[in-house]
Design a protein around this ligand. Structure first.
Ligand SMILES: [Zn+2]
Length: 71
């Protein structure tokens, strides 16, 4: 039951938006701000222009979701 509850929460947080925010410095990447979801889904990896951290899109989104779930 615990897993199912977390699964629902992940959908509510809308991963397509959290994945555009750097999990290191918390800033939104302006390069992706106006990107269509379809185009965004083609982006697998990106580098934060502020802190130069390399991100895997899904991994970065998971970190952001986890951070929000804790806070
Ligand atoms: Zn960053």
């Amino acid at each position: 039951y615990k897993c199912k509850w977390y699964g629902k929460k992940l959908i509510v947080v809308a991963p397509q938006y959290t994945s555009r925010i750097c999990s290191e410095c918390g800033r939104k990447n302006p390069q992706f701000a106006h990107m269509k979801t379809r185009d965004w889904l083609a982006v697998r990896n990106w580098t934060c222009p502020y802190c130069q951290t390399d991100h895997d899109r899904d991994e970065n989104a998971a970190k952001n979701i986890l951070a929000r779930a804790i806070n």
